[in-house]
Ligand binder design. Sequence first.
Ligand code: WQD
Length: 340
Amino acid sequence: MAKAEKIIVTGGAGYIGSHTVVALVESGFEPVIVDDFSNADHKVHERLETITGKNLALYEGDCNDMDFMQEVIEKEGSITGIIHFAAFKAVGESVEKPLAYYKNNIGSLLVLLELMQRYAIDNFVFSSSCTVYGQPDKLPVTEDTPKKPAESPYGNTKQVCEEIIEDFVKSAGQFKAISLRYFNPIGAHPSSLIGELPLGIPSNLVPFVTQTAAGLREKLVVFGDDYDTTDGTCIRDYIHVVDLAKAHVKAISFIQESQKAKLYEVFNLGTGKGNSVLEVIKTFETVTGEQLNYEIGPRRSGDVEQVYASVDKSNEILGWQAELDLAQALKDAWNWQKTL
Ligand code: WQD
């Protein structure tokens, strides 16, 4: 049996990172978890070992810390690639603390790229976001849809990081990289052992829905119903986090199999389908039997009216497509919420 290939997963105890650790093990890889636990719970590590049945290497520290990251690479040796999730990701917070976002999100990328060059680690997958598109003029959004000026420092860090990676690929010898642009990740692992753990009051819709249904929030406010959409509420492409995780394994494998010396590709990760906020609420009520307490409120500034993905490129080139639907994601999110 060939030795499993080691993949460093930064932010590997986080929401999408932890689900990707499971997907990597299921595909025969050996994930090495790196996390500073600034936005993750320590119990995730033991939960991941329960789900996978494996002992999983874990290094607690900050990806911005060059010495720390170098020590991880030296200790593990023979790292095949890195999947980089670790970043600050709260849009609103990024407006209040732009310097912290630029320093952390861009700084950690620069540390990793420098170390990958030094240790000839040539396989890199970057966690990006559909936020780089802003409000697209045409839908569905393809990877060639022009990026719009970022609407937040968070979104700008994603745009800048993508550009840094592309420039580095051009300059380096064999370095290969993929940026994955997530639409709206939701749901949880079917085991209900891992899922989304928002710190404080959730800004995202689905954790707010499940916390309201669980009685932790008094009511959900729908941010506007006067948009030019079917029912007046915003439309998004909600993708199950388990499907999202599997796409990362496809991306790592695609890079390994590629014969191109300087590979840089971008892929949209969505379902290809848009759902409105009210459709999410109605679907949640249907699949859970819960009656959700919600009311219509004013629009939230910065929200785009509607955005959903064309996933043709991911289907055709990565050989990946979402298999789980909105109903399943909401069911899994609710089952996870009930364990908290
Ligand atoms: C979805 C819809 C809200 C909460 C954000 C980030 C994006 C990415 C995904 C990181 C919108 C509505 C929400 C509520 C509501 N994150 N809503 N009441 O804004 O599409 O994307 O998360 O990469 O960068 O911007 O997701 O879940 O916040 O909102 O009506 O209490 O739900 O208006 O239409 P969003 P979201």
